[in-house]
Design a binder for this molecule. Structure first.
Ligand SMILES: [Fe+2]
Length: 198
């Protein structure tokens, strides 16, 4: 099988230009292409000379998580803007979980921003742990390093510079984070939570 790049029905965003989003979507499509490419290359190398190509095949396998998670994380990212901005409901089941973990909705948002201040390229990811019945907010380096195994993703905030450098300078990273949060359709995030937690 091969993966196909998704199209996203994105509204006009405040503080994130159409040009910025276009550049970012093109980059997402590159991850889809390379996910397919790795699978294809491994098969070809095995067909040609499985033993002689062992090292090459191993190295391609080592890169698969980077390309696959690069593809999938961007899908979580862009679909959060679909449907236009919808405010969060702090009285929702997600709001209750956030209050239980972080002490309140505002503290939850402050925590996301704090983790977003991590130096480096990567993601802030909010997960729900169905076994622990709790939220976790983690820093993921690149696209795959530090992902919490098996936990469904509630929210994904891209903090690679490519996500904001058309509109913001590196020192303005937190303005980008504010723009990201203000454009979110929180109904998407809440429905992810309802799909896993209830
Ligand atoms: Fe990105």
């Amino acid at each position: 099988m091969t993966y196909t790049a998704r199209t996203f029905n994105l509204p006009e965003l405040k503080g994130l230009s159409a040009d910025q989003i276009a550049v970012h979507l093109a980059l997402y499509e590159g991850y889809v292409k390379h996910t397919n490419l790795i699978m294809e290359k491994i098969e070809k190398l095995k067909e040609q000379d499985a033993e002689g190509n062992t090292y090459l095949i191993n190295e391609l396998r080592r890169r698969f998580g980077f390309e696959f998670d690069g593809m999938r994380m961007h899908e979580y990212y862009f679909e959060q803007f679909e449907g236009g901005t919808e405010a969060a409901d702090s009285a929702s089941p997600l709001g209750d979980a956030a209050t239980e973990k972080y002490g309140g909705w505002d503290q939850f948002i402050a925590h996301i921003k704090e983790v977003a201040g991590t130096r480096g390229i990567g993601w802030v990811v909010v997960y729900f742990d169905p076994k622990g019945r709790t939220l976790h907010t983690a820093w993921v380096s690149d696209h795959e390093l530090g992902q919490l195994s098996g936990l469904p993703i509630m929210l994904a905030l891209d903090l690679w510079e490519h996500a904001y450098m058309r509109d913001y300078k590196p020192a303005e990273k937190m303005s980008y984070v504010d723009a990201f949060l203000s454009n979110l359709n929180w109904k998407v995030v809440e429905s992810r939570f309802l799909g896993e937690a209830v």
